[in-house]
Write a protein that binds this ligand. Structure first.
Ligand code: DGL
Length: 256
């Protein structure tokens, strides 16, 4: 099992794929960015499930032996759908590795959780963390994904959105980035807290998922290959893919 199908609503999940590639170049990665339907964060669970069914089916047909949902939103509302569509192949969600991290060691409280409307509304992190006695503060931060997908990484508008949201969230000891897009603005988030002299541990669901895939997949001989698909090949997305992947890539248009 060394062919992993990774998907996200857009290009954010490329960060997970990139971290995985750095750790485990032997793994073959099939990446699918559902750019035609981005953002997932304000879609209904039923709509997201129908996208996920199609994507997982596509990745399995392309040869994926394991599926990793590099999207908290899809993981929160469509994990069972992904498992069904994977027809027996293992499915990793973006949520489980993060929850396991909180079970393995005690992080400073309160724990802030930021993510899309759908992730936060699902209550999946809040309930799980409270069940292991964490004080949790959750906040939907819907404006961040469009800003990131626009490539506004070190941009005053993004800084202003971060400022507004994190002020609203209030003081935390740990901040869980419960959206796989957010590591791209992790430096700005760290700056927000540093300016206020607050020591906050930042945890990234994207990085934790990459670590988990790297831990589970058995070693393969030689270097793995990379394939990328998008559901809409808008030229702007293709330019942006570089931000996420760190080098130019040319995804194929997936016909489903
Ligand atoms: N990156 C995704 C997540 O982790 C989804 C962002 C979106 O499409 O709204 O939730």
């Amino acid at each position: 099992m060394s062919v992993v199908g990774i998907f996200d609503s857009g290009l954010g999940g490329l960060l997970t794929a990139r971290l995985l590639r750095e750790r485990r170049p032997d793994i073959t990665i099939l990446y699918y960015g559902d750019t035609a339907h981005l953002p997932y964060g304000d879609k209904s669970p039923a709509q997201i499930r129908s996208y996920v069914r199609g994507i997982v089916g596509f990745l399995r047909e392309e040869g994926a032996e394991m599926i990793a949902i590099a999207c908290n939103t899809a993981s929160a509302v469509a994990y069972d759908t992904a498992c069904e569509a994977a027809k027996g192949a293992p499915v990793l969600s973006a949520i489980q590795p993060a929850l396991s991290a909180f079970e393995r060691r005690r992080y400073p409280e309160p724990v802030g959780v930021i993510g899309t409307y759908t992730t936060i509304r699902s209550g999946i992190y809040g309930k799980a963390l409270q069940s292991i006695d964490y004080v949790v503060r959750e906040l939907a931060t819907p404006v961040l994904v469009p800003l990131i997908e626009e490539g506004w990484i070190d941009h005053p508008a993004t800084e202003a959105a971060i400022d507004t949201y994190l002020t609203q969230l209030g003081e935390v000891g740990t901040l869980l980035l419960a959206c796989t897009h957010y590591p791209l603005i992790e430096a700005s988030i760290a700056r927000f807290y540093a300016k206020r002299g607050q020591k906050v541990s930042l945890l990234s669901t994207a990085a934790l998922l990459a670590e988990e895939i790297a831990r589970i997949v058995l070693p393969a001989e030689g270097e793995g290959t990379l394939s990328f698909w998008v559901s809409d090949d808008n030229p702007r997305f293709l330019e942006l893919a570089q931000h996420f992947w760190g080098a130019p890539i040319s995804p194929a248009l997936a016909v489903r």
